[in-house]
Every structure is written in structure tokens, then in C-alpha cells.
Design a protein around this ligand. Structure first.
Ligand code: ATP
Length: 513
């Protein structure tokens, strides 16, 4: 097993064993690709939501929040293009009976060619040492150029068959490239078919086509249809943004890789309305702002990169992903899209209502353009968990598993541990807890040897352990143990609140933005 898959497996089992993520309806053997967040998972997830929400709504005076319903009028999805075009091209392998997204098979093939280019670069950089000029090498090495040309050609073909809906050409491309089923190695493929990703259900008791409604496949449309409501009631002036966190549903062809791709997931989206013509400047600003937000989490700058889209969706005039190095490689974590005026115009046409902004300086109305930032909360959770998960060998040769989560996001901020479960130590520990619990989520633990209790807190990422011993009863001091360094300081009880506030409050993250 590759190291990466090994890490993902370990993270999945740790998440389950320590109450972060459980398979959904597990007593009935689970439901494929559906997960429940456990007692620590929900805390971590709530902190992530708050970090995003406060960075958007609290730090930007021109961004406000919204919480729209999951069900929306069915014409919404006609206008947005989801009823007709929210499809993935699927293909089956006749021998293995496995189902794939045709475009993903081709993209994986491209990634293999990119891998070859990277190997050439690595080899050359070793050979030439300090004299190596990567840009020149990429521009002149014949093998690299050949592979680069292959990639360009495949990308062009993929783009043209996806945008024209030429499914037979997608199949031809898979055959011409000799793409085999990654599981069985078979090249025995079915035709490519379109598959709509929206879940549908019926409104009320009559099950007929006219009552069919959808579970929203993205939260964005709730923002677009409320554009005027918010603009008018909030007296918002362009540029302004609307932020929303909520569930979205997609009947993914293959949902896998734990919480990375699910059929029910949570999005944090912000639509920023701007004057037409200024959108690309705002697009660049939001790219930079969002990257800074990610990097403040301290998961390592090298773990992020931008991936600019070559195949733009019909509504976009610029788009990129922020990719993160997950255990299975660099993958999309967040999308940033310049969506033009496509959505508002489409809703104007379908509703017959004007969705425009009157600009008092220009003395005219216009349909604003939109920059969207859209991040998957579950993917962010996975990014954090997988990067924070560490197995360490300590100086005395023993091992520990620790979640090095940023303290403001940790589920439990501190554990209060009476050294012994007697001699008035539990009462003293409880009184410290009673003082601090109005500001922080804490855990009291009096069971087992102190070392084991520390390990339990390390495993759930608790940044501080506060140990109460006999000396505490005499001089009001406790031992404060730090999760990452395992250093222990003797501190006065009075200082605990300040220390926890300094390290654990969200503002320490927000101040970096
Ligand atoms: P992908 O290419 O991985 O299918 P996408 O480009 O369709 O993603 P968007 O429509 O841009 O995704 O959605 C915005 C964000 O929502 C993504 O960056 C991702 O973090 C999250 N997301 C999308 N689909 C899923 C899913 N099935 N499960 C979990 N998160 C998802």
C-alpha cells in the first residue's frame, strides 16, 4: 500500500475511534459515502465554520450573511442551468462492472504524463545542481516538449467534446489513449452517457412531475435569488457580498475517499457583486485573500497551490481552484470563479423580475457581475485532520499519536486532571473547571494514570492539560502541559484564563488576515 493511502486509512480509523467521524447508520452496515460527525468532529467543524464566517462577515463591512432554504422553486434550477446541464459523463467497464467519470479517466491520464515531465525535471535538477534553470529546461528539453504537446492536444479534445456534448468523441479519446480500467486493467468500455447529479423528490402528497423539486446541488442559487432582498433591506452598495454556509447534495457517480467526495456535504460560499468590467480585478483580490485565509491555519504553505481552469464553464470568464495536498495528492479544496452576470440575468429572464443595482453616481441600473468563492467544509475538515495527524516516537522510546490542530480550532481547549482521585484534588479541579467553563469547552478526567490521560488528550488535539496536585492546595499553582512540545510549566491558577484566551481564541487566526 502506498504511504499516502496508508495515511488516509489511519486518519479514517483515528477519526472513528476518537469520535470525530462515524460511518452513517453504521448499525445497518452504513450507507455508502455518507458520514456523521461525532462529538469532537462537530466541535471542530463548528470552529471551522466560525473561522470562515467571521473572516467573511465580521471582518468585511460590505459582506453580510444569509441562510436560505435547501428546497427552492424548481425554476431556479432551470435558470441556473442545472436541470439541463449539471451532468457528468459516465462510462462503465464491461469486465470489472466499475463505473467512472469519463473526463476524470482522461484527466488522470494527463496527470500521468505530467508525472513524467516532473521526473525529467527532477533528474535534470540532480544532474545540473545549482546551475539548473528549470524554466529553460521546460522550454527546450525535447522529451518535455513532446509530452507538453500531448497534454495540450488531449486538453483541447477534452474541452471541445465536453462543451459540444460529443460523448462518442470522449469514448474515442479514451480508446485512442489506451486508457485501461485502473482496477482490472481492462479496456472493454461501454458508451459514455450523461448523468444528472441532482437529487429529486416530490413536494406534498401528490407524486407527479409538476411537484418535482430538487435538493440544492450548491448553496449559491439561494444567494442569487435573494440578491434584491438583501441589497434593498441592507441598503448595500456595490461592491458587496453575501455569505452562506449550508448543505448541498449531489448524486456523485463515484463518491469516495472518505469525506472528500460525498453525496451530502456542506459548502461555505460567498458571492461578491461588482460593477461590470471590474470583475477580474476583484477576482485577483479574492484569490489572494482566500489563499491568505488558508495559510493562516499553519498547515504549511507548500501544501497549497492554485490551479487555473483551462476549460471554463459556460458562465465564467476566469476560474481557479485552490488545491491542497491531501493524502491522495493535490486536489481541489476551494473554487474561485468569476461568474459574470450569468446567474442574475438568467433569473431575470425566468422570473420576469429585475435583478439590478441602481448606481447613483452613474445614474443608471445594471446587472452586477459576480465573483464567487466556494469551499467544501468537509474537505477542509479532512485537510486539517490529515495534516494534523502525527505519530511520534518520544525520547524515552514510547509512541504517541497526536493531532496537532491549531489551538483555536481544537474541539477541547483544555483538560483538567486531578493527579489523584482523592485528597480534595477532584474538588479543587472541579472548582477550576467551574471558573473556566463559561469561556472554554473543557474536559474533566480523573481516570487512569496521568500519562494515559495525556495521551488521550493528545489524540483528540487538546492543546493544554491542567494538572492539579497536592501543591495546588497549598499555593494555588497547577501544571500546565503543552500538547506539541509536551513542556510542563508551573503556573498560577489566576493566569489560566489569559493563557487559554491568547492561544485558543479565533481572533489569533483572524488577526493574521
Ligand atoms: P469536483 O471537481 O471535485 O467535483 P466541483 O468543481 O464540482 O468539485 P464546486 O462545484 O466548485 O466543486 O463546489 C465547490 C466546493 O464544494 C469544492 O471546491 C469542494 O470543496 C466542495 N465539493 C464539491 N463537491 C463535493 C462533494 N461531492 N463532497 C464534498 N465536497 C464537495
Amino acid at each position: 500500500m502506498s504511504q499516502e493511502n496508508n495515511l488516509l486509512k489511519k486518519v479514517i480509523s483515528h477519526a472513528k475511534e476518537y469520535g470525530f467521524v462515524f460511518p452513517s447508520s453504521e448499525i445497518y452496515d452504513g450507507l455508502s459515502a455518507t458520514y456523521d460527525y461525532g462529538q469532537y468532529g462537530v466541535e471542530l467543524k463548528n470552529h471551522l465554520k466560525r473561522y470562515w464566517w467571521e473572516a467573511m462577515v465580521q471582518l468585511n463591512p460590505n459582506i453580510v450573511g444569509l441562510d436560505a432554504a435547501i428546497f427552492m422553486h424548481p425554476t431556479t434550477w432551470k435558470a441556473s442551468g442545472h436541470t439541463d446541464a449539471f451532468n457528468d459523463p459516465l462510462i462503465d467497464n464491461k469486465d470489472s462492472k466499475k463505473r467512472y467519470r469519463a473526463d476524470v479517466l482522461i484527466e488522470d491520464h494527463i496527470a500521468k504524463i505530467e508525472g513524467k515531465i516532473n521526473k525529467e525535471v527532477e533528474k535534470a535538477s540532480k544532474r545540473f545542481g545549482d546551475d539548473f534553470d528549470k524554466t529553460q529546461f521546460l522550454a527546450t528539453n525535447p522529451r518535455v516538449l513532446q509530452n507538453q504537446e500531448k497534454i495540450t492536444k488531449i486538453n483541447e479534445r477534452l474541452k471541445s467534446s465536453l462543451s459540444s456534448g460529443e460523448l462518442t468523441d470522449l469514448k474515442l479519446l479514451i480508446e485512442e489513449l489506451g486508457i485501461a480500467d485502473p482496477v482490472s486493467g481492462s479496456k472493454n468500455w461501454t458508451e459514455v452517457r450523461q448523468f444528472n447529479l441532482m437529487f429529486s423528490t416530490e413536494l406534498g402528497s401528490v407524486a407527479d412531475e409538476s411537484n418535482k423539486i430538487y435538493l440544492r446541488p450548491e448553496t449559491a442559487q439561494g444567494i442569487f435569488v435573494n440578491f434584491l432582498n438583501v441589497q434593498k433591506t441592507g441598503r448595500m452598495r456595490i461592491p458587496f457580498g453575501i455569505a452562506q454556509i449550508g448543505k448541498a447534495f449531489r448524486n456523485e457517480i463515484i463518491a469516495r475517499q472518505f469525506i472528500f467526495r460525498m453525496r451530502e456535504f456542506e459548502q461555505m460560499e460567498m458571492q461578491f457583486f461588482v460593477k461590470p468590467g471590474e470583475e477580474l480585478q476583484w477576482y485577483d483580490q479574492w484569490k489572494e485573500k482566500r489563499m491568505r485565509w488558508h495559510q493562516a491555519l499553519g498547515l504549511g504553505e507548500e501544501n497549497y497551490r492554485f490551479h487555473d481552469h483551462l476549460n471554463l464553464a459556460h458562465y465564467a470568464n476566469a476560474a481557479c481552484d485552490i488545491e491542497f495536498q491531501f493524502p491522495m495528492g493535490f486536489k481541489e479544496l476551494e473554487g474561485i470563479h468569476s461568474r459574470t452576470d450569468f446567474d442574475l440575468k438568467a433569473h431575470e429572464q425566468h422570473s420576469g423580475k429585475k435583478l439590478q443595482f441602481y448606481d447613483p453616481q452613474e445614474e443608471q441600473s445594471y446587472v452586477p457581475f459576480v465573483i464567487e468563492t466556494s469551499i467544501g467544509l468537509d474537505r477542509l475538515f479532512l485537510a486539517l485532520l490529515a495534516t494534523a495527524y502525527k505519530e511520534e516516537t518520544l525520547e524515552d522510546g514510547s509512541n504517541r499519536t497526536v493531532l496537532r490542530l491549531p489551538a483555536p480550532l481544537a474541539p477541547i481547549k483544555a483538560a483538567i486532571l486531578p493527579l489523584l482521585n482523592k485528597d480534595d484534588l477532584p474538588e479543587k479541579a472541579q472548582s477550576i473547571l467551574n471558573d473556566l467553563r463559561f469561556d472554554f469547552l473543557l474536559q474533566y478526567d480523573a481516570k487512569d494514570a496521568i500519562g494515559r490521560r495525556y495521551r488521550r488528550q493528545d489524540a483528540i488535539g487538546t492543546p493544554f492539560c491542567i494538572t492539579v496536585d497536592h501543591q495546588t492546595l497549598e499555593d494555588e499553582t497547577v501544571t500546565l502541559r503543552h500538547r506539541d512540545s509536551m513542556k510542563q510549566d508551573r503556573v498560577n491558577i489566576e493566569t489560566l484564563k489569559d493563557t487559554l484566551t491568547t492561544h485558543c481564541s479565533l481572533s489569533s487566526l483572524l488577526r493574521q488576515l
